[in-house]
Design a protein around this ligand. Structure first.
Ligand code: IVH
Length: 664
């Protein structure tokens, strides 16, 4: 390659990598896999070196993204470096050789930890209390996302034991695979965009401006480094991880102290095999020189320390052919396109289908029937189509387009503004009826034993049940003719349907399957409006006054309760003996009778809803705004304007501890 060609390629690579960086850090949705990124970056680095094509703003010269604008920027007193990556065992031996050469005859060991695939965060504790949580940003400056970080249950707000006056903890925020899959399917069902993988979901979530949404997302954290002011540098990584654990952090449970690099190879081999059994995603093993005192000798390059390296596993991917695209109809009518694949073995299971998420996603990746495609297990659970492998000579099928009619009931499909999903609006569309019934009978809803997918399918096909009330009118004789349904199982099913009448109002409300009304929202609604009549009378504003409810949920509840068919169904269910009133909890005491509380800020241990329940259990009332009539303001951390106002009005301000004293 001559100089002109090299500089052309360098320009191309810089543009591409800058775009990839922005997509990864700013939009939290990657353009390419880590592997592709690493390869392109390496190509760029080599070209720049060989042809002396340096530039200060080349992607080779910075660690990651720029901090985003919406959060205050913080400068990291100790930069947050990155790690050098390798996919090769040979390079791991090279790393060990370099360490040995630099350390001369000193004896050293390695700590091998799993590499969590999430987002790096930095926490600062003063006198044992969390005072700052930040993102890595570009390595020297990041975003102050303290309010979001406080919502992560694994992040202690106050440390245990006897912490130093000032300490910094670094770790990885991430999502467990099962929780990620559950969250994504709820999003898909609600017509919201789904996240490509747990890492994007974590990064996207921690960059939200509203901590109350963050608190409802399943973010977790592992701590992997501790920086102490004393900086005696005499600790080992092992001791630091043990200390972090004592301070109240979760640390890598699969850490191994390795006397030599051979032991590291064994650990890598082991986790390469076993990582699919872990509840979270790991994309490699981080190998660190265990003795902190050697870190200075080994030093660092501009971006990464020389005392550590990340060995990365190859993503589990396979290539196969897509022979069809089918459409699935969800409980609320959402249409999800699914790729039908020639069966292929991937990470230990045969994959025949993969989600294509939605029409836009198919068009963006330009996936067509007949194409050879790369399929990957996102979070090793849900297979998804990553990209098309273009054949040089191959003819391709036509582009995918959504049909105009529902594949199950032929009703016209609609796409609401602001939504990516198409939906079938026919309430009686059979797959919708089936999934509604499955949801109604599910454990968190009416918990009807023996009413699984197969039974629901028969009930709907035989037209025994088209709506919830029909269930309560069945008798055993209706069921016996069904396949694989003996007299005994018919009687059992009737008994469990009958027993479900005892389910409390909040479960019934959840079982109705109102869009955006999950278990928590249903509970909050039932608490605020203790009967279906009160709920039916509530305006959108009144609904929005509940903490967990915003205009989107309120609008959905209102529109459900405005439909005469739904009101008629509720009337029938009520006549059939289902519970549509909350049993009011017994008042524990009436010591707060006539007293009004305002809650503000984050309390150290109680959630807002728990504090409210305590107050109500003792006869008190919680209101949202501070006024002269407020008797107590229960204030936690980062209480803002309400606390200011309370001070101005000279109201009684109490801490969580005072509150506990009061209800003791
Ligand atoms: S140690 C000097 N340990 O990997 C950097 N990092 O590319 C020290 N990561 O940004 C990092 N698991 O977010 C370390 N057990 C682990 C890790 C880990 C995941 C992430 C971390 C860092 C990235 C490095």
């Amino acid at each position: 390659m001559n100089h002109a060609q090299a500089s052309e390629r360098v320009r191309e690579l810089r543009t591409l990598l800058n775009k990839a960086n922005d997509a990864y850090y700013q939009d939290a949705s990657p353009l390419m896999s880590d592997r592709e990124y690493d390869l392109l970056l390496e190509e760029l680095r080599q070209l720049e070196e060989e042809h002396s094509l340096f530039s200060p703003d080349s992607p080779t010269g910075r660690i990651g993204g720029q901090p985003t604008r919406e959060f205050p920027t913080v400068t990291h007193p100790v930069p947050m470096l990155s790690l050098s990556n390798t996919y090769s065992r040979g390079e791991l031996d090279d790393f060990d050789r370099r360490v040995r050469n630099l350390l001369g005859h000193k004896s050293y060991s390695y700590m091998a930890e799993l590499k969590y695939d999430g987002m790096a965060i930095r926490l600062r504790y003063e006198k044992g209390r969390l005072v700052l949580g930040a993102t890595r940003g570009d390595g020297s400056q990041g975003d102050d996302i303290t309010a979001n970080i406080r919502t992560i249950q694994d992040v202690p707000l106050t440390l245990s034991g006897r912490p130093a006056d000032l300490l910094e903890v670094r770790g990885e925020a991430y999502m467990e695979l099962a929780a990620f899959a559950k969250m994504n399917s709820a999003r898909e069902e609600n017509g919201e965009t789904v996240f490509a993988n747990p890492r994007n979901a974590t990064a996207g979530t921690l960059k939200l401006q509203d901590p109350s949404i963050v608190s409802r997302r399943p973010i977790r954290m592992f701590a992997y480094d501790l920086l102490l002011e004393d900086g005696d540098g005499e600790r080992t990584q092992k001791e630091k991880l043990d200390l972090l654990e004592k301070l109240g952090f979760r640390v890598c449970e699969h850490r191994s102290l390795c006397p030599g690099i051979e032991d590291v190879h064994d650990i890598i081999e082991k986790w390469g095999r076993l990582r699919k059994n872990l509840p979270y995603e790991t994309d490699g093993v981080v190998v660190k020189v265990n003795e902190e005192r050697y870190r200075d000798i080994l030093g660092q390059t501009a971006k990464a320390p020389r005392w550590a390296i990340a060995y990365k596993f190859e993503a589990e991917r396979a290539v196969t052919r897509i022979h069809g695209i089918t459409l699935q109809v969800g409980r609320l009518g959402t249409i999800t396109p699914v790729a039908e694949l020639d069966p292929v073995l991937l990470a230990g299971t045969t994959v025949k289908r993969a989600t294509l998420h939605n029409e836009e996603e198919i068009q963006r990746k330009d996936i067509r029937v007949g194409d050879r495609i790369v399929v990957e297990k996102a979070g090793d659970i849900i297979p998804q189509v990553v990209s098309v492998v273009l054949q040089e000579d191959g003819e391709r099928g036509g582009s995918f387009g959504m049909p105009e009619a529902c594949p199950a009931c032929s009703s016209k499909l609609v796409k609401l503004p602001e939504e990516v999903a198409w939906r079938c609006t026919n309430n009686q569309c059979p797959p919708q009826v089936r999934s509604r019934l499955e949801h109604f009978a599910s454990r968190d809803a009416m918990d009807i034993d023996g009413m699984g997918e197969a039974v629901v399918d028969q009930l709907v096909t035989e037209q025994l049940v088209t709506a919830f009330p029909d269930l309560y009118r069945l008798d055993a004789d209706d069921l016996i003719p069904l396949e694989r349904m003996g007299e005994k199982s018919a009687a059992n099913l009737i008994a469990s349907i009958g027993k479900s009448r005892e389910k409390p109002f909040e479960k019934v409300l959840y079982a109705l399957g109102i869009r955006f009304v999950g278990i928590t929202v249903a509970r909050d609604l039932a608490r605020a409006f203790p009967s279906i009549d009160a709920l039916t009378d509530a305006t959108e504003e009144e609904l929005c006054a509940i903490d967990s409810i915003g205009p989107r949920i309120a609008g959905s509840v209102r529109s459900f309760l405005d439909q005469p068919d739904n009101l008629d169904m509720i009337r029938q269910l009520r006549e059939l003996g289902l519970t549509f009133e909350s049993e009011l909890p017994e008042t524990a005491s009436d010591r707060f009778s006539g007293k009004t509380f305002v809650l503000t800020g984050t309390l150290p241990t109680l959630k807002r809803s728990e504090a409210q329940a305590h107050i109500e259990n003792h006869g008190g009332k919680v209101t949202s705004s501070v006024s002269k009539k407020t008797d107590f303001v229960l204030a936690g951390d980062e209480a803002g304007s309400k606390l200011e106002k309370a001070k101005k009005l000279g109201l009684t301000i109490i801490t969580e501890n005072d509150f506990f004293e009061m209800i003791k």
